[in-house]
Design a protein around this ligand. Structure first.
Ligand SMILES: Nc1ncnc2c1ncn2[C@@H]1O[C@H](COP(=O)(O)OP(=O)(O)OP(=O)(O)O)[C@@H](O)[C@H]1O
Ligand SMILES: [Mg+2]
Ligand SMILES: [Zn+2]
Length: 460
């Protein structure tokens, strides 16, 4: 049945929920005042271009060319993609404003244009002149790279059709719009319809397409979050404003494994690959090792050494505060509780800050023990052995739990010259133990503290 023109529905701009009437609060995501009246649209492609309809193919007759994946001369980027660009894939790069999305994609555009031919870079946010200035700073010759400052997606697609490029970049998805969709650019309806349209286009011509989208700290703004299930791949560019390191993280990949990361450093010439991230993350480490520990974490298939710092300070008024930067807030609360109850540390009148240097975000509980020792070290004003790497998950009764892939972590610690590694007694099997490093198994946080934190200046 044909839907009558002029009918409207209400769409939550936070999660995409559709309702027939306006609601003050979204029943799905609980957001207030998020519904916006939106015209019901006919499916985006009905009125325009028809794409070749492909008949069903017998699976056994489908051939796949393994060489189809195009590897970029940018190792850190390839790793995250799972080897290289897959033809016809639609990839989303999300990140906070100013983190470096445009920079990264302009670099990628330049590299692909050099190696493979035409690339179209569509910018709805910057003029052609601005993009040119940036490309000069990044040292991109620009041959084969076509800039288009346009926001109308119909116009963009008809331009691209003529050029037949090997890669298309849309920066950003929140600025483009389809004129037949009756909603503002950046609204959830536009963003979703435009993405679907680009998906169809990418698949029909087997051209890889990147789109960028900004997210705020809370992951709000119509965009990335609602697009995650549409696109083939979701990458996030992360980092702290005060740090030059940027981590590109894959959270969804239809063609490869997720959770791989690439590490870059933001410089004048753009994002430069960091070949030895462990070394980079530890380079700022001072010789005074109070409240500072080194933890081998696992990012995808890759072990990385990071520095975790803690600072305890008597609460001056009100409730003691806890802050967590780069580690989960709830893990800090849990570890603090364990230290209070199982080790008798009087942390009830202490503010506690935990920070991961370099702007990396650690999601795995294997960093628990490191956090615990950093807190104890700061609280007691006592040094942690600077040659010690620390890994282990902390349980509620203070016991240490095994961590995955211990051998890779220990190997990375040994590679960077650490002499000892504190590990959970359970599952403390590493064979062979790499040269130059000694394993120190501990069964509980208490044992680990005794082994890893020197006797403090103050008796606590
Ligand atoms: N001359 C420069 N030298 C070094 N770094 C620079 C220079 N100019 C810009 N930058 C860096 O590039 C960053 C901006 O990157 P970029 O525009 O790629 O981010 P973005 O994620 O695309 O942002 P937006 O969401 O605003 O589009 C700045 O925050 C800054 O760190
Ligand atoms: Mg940008
Ligand atoms: Zn909602």
């Amino acid at each position: 049945m044909e839907k009558s023109r002029g009918r409207t529905i209400f769409v939550c701009q936070q999660c995409g929920r559709e309702e027939l009437k306006w609601l003050g609060r979204c029943p799905n995501c609980q957001e207030w005042n998020s519904f916006v009246e939106t015209a019901v649209t006919t499916p985006a492609s009905s009125s325009r271009t028809t794409y070749p309809v492909s008949p069903p193919q017998e699976l056994s007759q489908v051939t796949i060319d393994a060489a189809e994946r195009f590897a970029l001369p940018l190792t850190e980027f390839n790793r995250v993609l799972g080897g290289g660009l897959v033809p016809g894939s639609l990839m989303l790069i999300g990140g906070e404003p100013g983190i470096g999305k445009s920079t990264l994609l302009l670099q990628v555009a330049g590299l692909v244009a050099e190696a493979r031919g035409k690339v179209v870079y569509v910018s709805g946010e910057e003029t052609v002149r601005q993009t040119k200035l940036r490309s000069e700073r990044l040292g991109i010759s620009g041959e084969g790279l076509y800039l288009l400052a346009e926001t109308n997606l119909e116009a963009i697609l008809s331009q691209i059709e003529q050029l037949q490029p090997g890669l298309v970049i849309i920066d950003s998805i929140q600025t483009v719009y389809l004129s037949e969709v009756n909603a503002a650019p950046g609204s959830i309806t536009q963003v979703r319809q435009c993405t679907l349209e680009l998906m169809r286009w990418a698949k029909s011509g087997a051209v890889p397409v990147f789109i960028t989208g900004h997210v705020t700290k809370e992951g709000a703004i119509a965009g990335p979050r609602v697009l995650e299930h549409i696109v083939d791949m979701v990458l996030y560019l992360e980092g702290e404003p005060f740090s030059a390191y940027r981590v590109l993280r894959c959270v969804k990949n239809r063609f490869g494994s997720t959770n791989e990361i690439g590490v870059f450093e933001m410089k004048e010439q753009g994002l430069i690959e960091v070949e030895n991230p462990s070394q980079a993350f530890l380079s700022q480490r001072g010789s005074e090792a109070i409240g500072s520990v080194v933890v081998p974490v696992l990012e995808g298939s890759r072990p990385l050494l990071v520095e975790i710092q803690a600072l305890t300070n008597p609460t001056s008024f009100g409730l003691p505060r806890r802050t967590a930067n780069g580690v989960e807030f709830n893990r800090v609360l849990l570890i603090t509780a364990v230290l209070s109850r199982r080790l008798g540390l009087k942390l009830g009148n202490q503010d506690i800050m935990v920070n991961v240097t370099g702007g990396l975000k650690i999601g795995e509980p294997a960093a628990d023990l490191g956090i615990a020792l950093a807190i104890v070290s700061s609280f007691r004003d006592a040094e942690v052995d600077p040659q010690l790497a620390i890994v282990g998950e902390v349980g509620l009764s203070g016991e240490l739990r095994a961590v995955a892939q211990l051998d890779r972590r220990v190997n990375e610690a040994a590679r960077l010259g650490f002499k000892r590694c504190l590990v959970p007694k359970v599952g403390a099997k590493v064979s062979p133990v790499p040269k130059g490093i000694e394993l120190i198994p501990a069964g509980s946080v208490r044992e680990a503290v005794a082994a890893g934190v020197a006797r403090g200046k103050t008796k606590r």
